[in-house]
Design a protein. Structure first.
Length: 229
């Protein structure tokens, strides 16, 4: 998953470096319509667990560990023209699967906790258009802003495990790059996106307390965009 994200990020970076923005815009560029997009792809992340064993005196190295499996995401976005750029918003659904392993018999915790995290997300992103020579909306967009999340956790326990609590609402800063270089005869476009996010805490237990610095939420997601006419 990480290698794929790195490769895709390298491709997008090459597009940025090879892209020359035109200072000229079409006569109707100040009256650009809303642009609607559907997107789908893969992701990695979800709950950011605490890995700093210094927070626990005399705890073994593997007292608490976490593993994340690839998930998937789908969404619909709208680009609202704002001057020469846009505000991007919409709704996304993302699911992540993680397993937390507890090996701390000294205090009575032994077993595994499997967590499936479903998230409904609303991004509020400033989207800056680039590569506008043949496309007033830009073939490439750089975006950053705030992402609000509503979290639903499905938890399955095996063994003697600590109590936990869930924050159903979370949020944080997002950054993304999207490109729609392929245009079809009917005016629609296709491309791809890469989004990164780091936000507030979703899951709390003995090893992931609010007072610790590391616990939070994050993701990296990428996939395919279909932009309607």
């Amino acid at each position: 998953m990480q290698k794929i994200i790195i490769v895709l990020a390298s491709i997008l970076l090459a597009l940025i470096l090879g892209c020359t923005s035109s200072s000229k815009t079409t006569a109707g560029s100040d009256k650009r319509p809303l642009r609607f997009r559907a997107q789908a792809g893969l992701n990695s992340g979800g709950i950011v667990e605490n890995t700093n064993k210094k927070d626990f005196a005399n705890a073994p190295v593997d007292a608490f560990t976490g593993a994340t499996k690839p998930g998937y995401n789908v969404g619909t976005h709208v680009l609202i023209p704002v001057w020469k750029h846009a505000l991007e918003t919409g709704i996304d659904y993302m699911i992540n699967n993680q397993t937390f392993t507890y090996k701390h018999p000294e205090i009575g915790y032994m077993g595994e906790r499997t967590i499936s995290t479903s998230q409904f997300m609303i991004p509020f992103m400033a989207s800056f258009s680039m590569c506008k020579k043949n496309n007033p909306e830009g073939n490439l967009q750089l975006k950053f802003g705030y992402v609000a999340q509503y979290n639903i956790l499905s938890v399955s326990d095996q063994g003697l495990l600590p109590d936990y609590s869930v924050n159903h609402f979370s949020g944080g800063l997002g950054f993304g790059i999207s490109a729609t270089p392929w245009k079809f005869k009917n005016g629609t476009r296709m491309g791809f996106y890469l989004d990164l996010y780091r936000g507030t805490q979703i899951y709390k237990d003995f090893y992931n307390q609010s007072s610790f610095k590391m616990p939070g939420s994050s993701y990296g997601k990428f996939g395919i965009i279909y932009q309607f006419k």
